[in-house]
Design a protein around this ligand. Structure first.
Ligand code: SF4
Length: 244
């Protein structure tokens, strides 16, 4: 990931914390770059981008112009651009940024934690994204306990519905870590995302995380048997389930 110092940003401009110039795995089957926005309103203990999550949306490492200049040289080689985080929907210029990417001919994939349904709704309404990927961390009613004191369960539920009803390709993603994901919490999640295109379960990475002490307790990492049980349960609710 590339970073460089940057002047103080103006308030409206995207705050970009990093750029992965080439990826075959973040927007399959497309070749894409990944643009990481800085700042997140959640604090997932297993977050493996802590430097992006905790910097706050007032910190930026790459200028918007730098990223656009780079993309202008890659139009022939990249199909799409993934906007990831941090949490992209916190940034007031996200819609303008997506519009610029679309006008350059890129497919746009948005990774989001789902906390800002009104932003997702506007992006869908204005045809500014082509693919939506939302993390589901646990039962929405438990976010306040594990993810963020201010988490709004209704907003999360609303984002899920907007995404499923968007008509766009989409996926939901769940990192399997105890006790956020158990067979009980997964039942609630499955009912929430029923009808979705794809649900991806992800193994947790417990290195370089936001809260390393979270992993001091034994049994945080879901076993392969648990992952397979999650996959089986979810298969009854969505069109496709994978384990990454
Ligand atoms: S995992 Fe995502 S939503 Fe959670 S703190 Fe990190 S960037 Fe934010």
């Amino acid at each position: 990931m590339e970073t460089e110092p940057s002047p103080i940003p103006d308030e409206a401009e995207m705050h970009i914390g990093g750029l992965l110039k080439y990826s075959l795995i973040d927007y399959p089957p497309h070749i894409s770059c990944v643009i990481f926005t800085a700042g997140c309103n959640f604090r997932c203990p297993y977050c493996h981008n802590p430097e992006l999550a905790v910097t706050g949306a007032d910190t930026r490492h790459l200028s918007r112009n730098h990223v656009m200049d780079f993309l202008a040289t890659r139009k022939k080689y990249l199909d799409g651009a993934v906007i990831s985080g941090g949490e992209p929907t916190l940034h007031p210029d996200l819609a303008g940024f997506c519009a610029d990417l679309k006008s350059m001919g890129f497919l746009v994939k948005l990774d989001t934690n789902g906390s800002r349904p009104e932003v997702i709704r506007e992006l869908v309404k204005n045809s500014l994204v082509d693919y939506l990927a939302m993390d589901i961390k646990t039962d929405p009613e438990l976010y306040n306990q594990y993810i963020a004191v201010q988490a709004d369960a209704a907003a999360l539920r609303s984002s899920v519905q907007i995404i499923i009803e968007s008509g766009l390709a989409h996926e939901f993603r769940t990192t399997c870590v105890h006790p956020l994901i158990t067979r009980e919490t997964l039942k609630s999640i499955a009912e929430l995302v029923a009808g979705a295109d794809l649900h991806a379960f992800q193994h947790v990475q417990n290195k370089n995380v936001l809260d390393p002490s979270f992993f001091d307790e034994q049994g945080r990492v879901s076993s392969d048997d648990d992952m397979e049980a999650f996959q089986t349960l979810m298969a009854g609710y969505v069109k496709k389930v994978i384990i990454r």
